[in-house]
Design a protein around this ligand. Structure first.
Ligand code: NAD
Length: 385
């Protein structure tokens, strides 16, 4: 057995830990570039603390999922401000933007040189400027992953910049920052975390360290996602979901993902569909097709036992079989009243292009069994019902 495990240099978890950001930032730099989400109010407290600690800063708003255009604009502003420190406070979109800005401030050349699929996937060679990542959603775990997902409009898809050097210097995970998430966002981001935990658990590169992390995360999602959707003020459930998200990031960064994320790249790149919703819609059908394929032809047979274990953790029943996990997720999702993908203008005529692109993605390589184009088409059809 050989595996490696890398994560952020330091992870600080707990309610109120946002207070630690400014003093830590003061030890790392003087001119900060602060990437925030659509609503700058969520970052006000942090900005006030930075002022108190005499750190000059330039704020930058990320209003949607990042694209090459947005990232280049951010980078330009960060260069002009002679930035020596980057902070990101927001969802995965914000955290990924911050990662790329921190990296491109020290690595020369064009952004595209470093992107997978559309570029050369050139390795980063220089350490980025110090980066503090502070999530405000509980779903992506991007504060501890070594990739950043960027939309490339002219390609019509999302691709990654990937390097261990992208791992933030500090990840501050404060569950209190997620209290303001409305039910729909709570559900879809939580289902992203659940997808990441399941895909990393059954994927080809799972290892004993990520196995333990996935299982601990799955238990927390099982007991808390429905609860926090129904009552966003449930602090214990918010804490569970913040941990589950962190664990999903630790696992995916060190094990990999699968077909849900393989399909999510082109789907989210072509259509303006929130990433968490795509995961929620695809997850039960990818699981169903994977289980059927693993039962009927050669593949990673261990994955079947793993799907069974996932089902047992989710349902809390030791007698649960692999397919019971799929049913548990379908029931959970039906309570969330999620919109269909066709409401975002996705049509059946688009499926072949999405399938073709998904087959090239690195996530698809982690899937426990190679799926055919027909199987992927079938997943898209079912997910859109
Ligand atoms: P997001 O960052 O796109 O945010 C979604 C919405 O939630 C935005 O409108 C934002 O303003 C709002 N929001 C954020 N925090 C809030 C809060 N506390 N209260 C109320 N509203 C809040 O959503 P996301 O799901 O966190 O991130 C999705 C992005 O992350 C996608 O681009 C996806 O591809 C990427 N991603 C990256 C990784 C990685 O490892 N790098 C992993 C998974 C997903």
């Amino acid at each position: 057995m050989r595996f490696e495990f890398a994560t952020a240099t330091r992870i600080i978890f707990g309610p109120g830990t946002i207070q630690e950001a400014a003093p830590l930032a003061a030890q790392m730099g003087r001119r900060a570039f602060v990437v925030t989400g659509r609503t700058i109010e969520r970052a006000e407290m942090l900005l006030g603390e930075l002022r108190k600690h005499k750190i000059d800063f330039v704020p930058f708003n990320v209003t949607g999922e990042p694209t090459t255009i947005l990232v280049k604009e951010a980078l330009e502003q960060a260069r002009q401000a002679k930035t020596d420190l980057v902070l990101g406070i927001g969802g995965g979109s914000v955290l990924d933007t911050g990662k790329v800005v921190a990296a491109m401030l020290t690595n020369s050349g064009q952004l595209e040189d470093y992107l997978e699929v559309v570029g050369q996937g050139k390795p980063l060679t220089r350490n980025p400027v110090p980066y503090i990542a502070i999530p405000t959603t509980a779903g992506t775990g991007a504060e501890v992953t070594r990739n950043a997902v960027i939309g490339v409009p002219e390609y019509g898809g999302k691709v990654s910049m990937r390097s261990p050097l992208l791992l933030p210097r500090i990840a501050i995970v404060d569950p209190e920052l997620t209290y303001s998430m409305p039910p729909f966002l709570t559900a879809t981001t939580g289902l992203d975390a659940l997808t990441q935990l399941i895909e990393a658990d059954v994927c080809n590169k799972a290892n004993p360290l990520t196995d333990g992390i996935c299982r601990e995360g799955l238990v927390r999602v099982a007991r808390s996602l429905r609860q926090v959707y129904e009552d966003g003020s449930n602090e214990a459930a918010r804490e569970d979901m913040a941990l589950a998200s962190l664990f999903s990031g630790l696992a995916l960064a060190n094990a990999g993902l699968g077909a849900v994320h393989g399909l999510a790249g082109p789907l989210g790149g072509i259509f303006n569909i929130p990433h968490g919703l795509i995961c929620a819609r695809l997850l039960p059908y990818v699981m169903q097709v994977n289980i059927q394929a693993l039962q009927s032809r050669a593949g990673n047979k261990q994955a079947l036992a793993r799907y069974e274990q996932v089902a047992q953790l989710l349902t809390g029943k030791t007698s649960a079989g692999a397919i019971d996990g799929v049913k548990w997720i379908q029931e959970l999702c039906s309570g969330f009243k999620l919109p269909s993908l066709s409401q975002f203008k996705l049509k059946e005529a688009d499926f072949p292009a999405i399938v073709a692109r998904s087959q090239k993605s690195s996530s698809m390589k982690g899937n426990p069994i190679a799926l055919t184009d027909d199987e992927l088409m079938d997943i898209l059809k079912k997910a859109d019902k």
